[in-house]
Design a protein around this ligand. Structure first.
Ligand code: GLY
Length: 407
């Protein structure tokens, strides 16, 4: 544990010859103070107010062309996406988390309405992002309501996602675009979509979903990671031989850099895989990814990463608050599988800092909760803006923190 004492405190301790034990007790209070800064009730009150403004704005937003869910606020404009977009499930998920916390009917009604707009995606076989789209919306909905119709959607979505698995490569294909560049691209983000498959096996008793998820996770450990446990963004496979052709980036600074959100997806993904399988290799992988992140000299003191750990412009480059929110949520879960308090302390610090320093004033920021995320810097898209998935994982982290933070 690292603690910071002000000059005044040190002089006071010395001047008053305060014994070491009392100093330690004072330091203990200091740590508690960090944890207690996360006032979960206050943050959820704010999240409800801000989301109420968002719902008001959505009433008059342009929803032609199948636009259903808010994604970001860029160039002064609220941007919505259609149900096919990889981010369409996060806003329904946010509404489910507000219902989860409050148990109020108004949030249930809204969550149901926004979830229903994504129903057709259960048949979508053109993207690996079905996990994000369906599990954040219908997955949370099923967890909180037991609605049988939601269960059917989850199972069908797992079937659709499974069609993207190729036994030769042992992994699920992520993207169908850029065919001139990649034959069979798999991105680290894909780890997140495995949760849908693990749960489809639990719901059906059909182990094929589970086996695909395990195969994908094992190949990802083999092929996506560098010796220091940072990960490549894109690994391209040859679907005929199963061999790796190349390792690149799409959204990071360079092929060999550590894109911040990619590291967060890996941390979360392997923690979740350990939950679902009990396989200690996944736990070790998550712990090693955490070590890479927290030993990184370019991680700022407040633990909110720059968008890529290797951008040479650091510190004059944007943060990625979405990566921090994903990390906080993952770390709270990882803390429950680990004997040291380190992960919990890091999660508390991230969550306290997001809550105190990265939250937008009410009814600003396009009515999103958090400021300063970076979507796709190389494409000059969504730089230093609010993004819906940052808010989703922030609320998830707040919910998970209830195990650890007294309110
Ligand atoms: N899954 C896409 C991203 O993290 O931007």
């Amino acid at each position: 544990m690292r603690l910071f004492l002000s000059k005044k405190m040190i002089l006071f301790i010395r001047g008053n010859k305060i014994p070491a034990l009392i100093v330690v007790a004072l330091l203990g209070l200091n740590t508690t103070a960090i944890a207690q800064k996360i006032d979960i009730a206050r943050q959820f009150k704010y999240a409800q107010q801000q989301t109420t403004y968002m719902l008001e704005a959505l009433k008059t937003a342009d929803t032609s062309k199948g636009l259903v869910s808010p994604r970001t606020f860029e160039d002064g404009k609220l941007k919505l996406v259609n149900s096919k977009d990889w981010t369409s499930g996060f806003f329904p998920g946010i509404l489910w988390y507000l219902y989860d916390y409050t148990k109020e009917k108004k949030w249930l009604t809204q969550a149901q309405a926004f979830t229903a707009k994504l129903t057709d995606e259960q048949y979508n076989k053109t993207t690996h992002d079905l996990g994000f789209i369906i599990y954040c919306s219908f997955g949370n909905g099923y967890r909180l309501t037991g609605n049988e119709a939601y269960k059917k959607v989850i199972i069908q979505a797992a079937r659709s996602l499974s069609t993207r698995f190729n036994a030769k490569t042992g992994v699920i294909r992520s993207w169908d675009h850029n065919k001139d560049k990649w034959k069979y691209p798999v991105i680290i983000d894909n780890m997140m979509n495995l949760e849908l498959l693990f749960n489809a096996t639990k719901l059906t008793g059909d182990s094929s979903f589970y086996k695909i998820a395990v195969s994908h996770a094992n190949h990802t450990i083999l092929n996506h990671f560098r010796p220091n446990y940072s990960s490549y963004h894109v690994v391209d496979y040859d679907p005929e031989t199963g061999k790796v052709i190349q390792k690149n980036t799409a959204q990071g600074y360079s092929d060999e850099s550590a894109w911040a959100r990619g590291q967060a997806w890996g941390l979360y993904g392997f923690t979740m895989c350990y939950r679902e399988t009990g396989d200690k290799r996944y736990l070790a992988q998550a712990q090693n990814i955490a070590k890479f992140i927290f030993n990184n000299p370019n991680l700022p003191k407040d633990l909110i990463p720059y968008w890529d750990y290797d951008d040479p412009a650091i510190p004059n480059t944007p943060r990625d608050v979405s990566a921090a929110a994903i990390m906080a949520s993952a770390l709270y879960e990882l803390a429950t599988y680990s004997t040291n308090n380190n992960f919990k302390e890091k999660a508390n610090i991230i969550l306290a800092n997001l809550s105190e320093h990265y939250k937008a004033p009410l009814n600003t920021n396009g009515d999103f909760i958090l400021l300063h995320s970076t979507g796709h810097k190389p494409a000059k898209s969504e730089i230093d803006v609010p993004i819906t998935y940052a808010d989703y994982y922030y609320l998830e982290a707040l919910l998970r923190s209830r195990k650890f933070v007294k309110n």
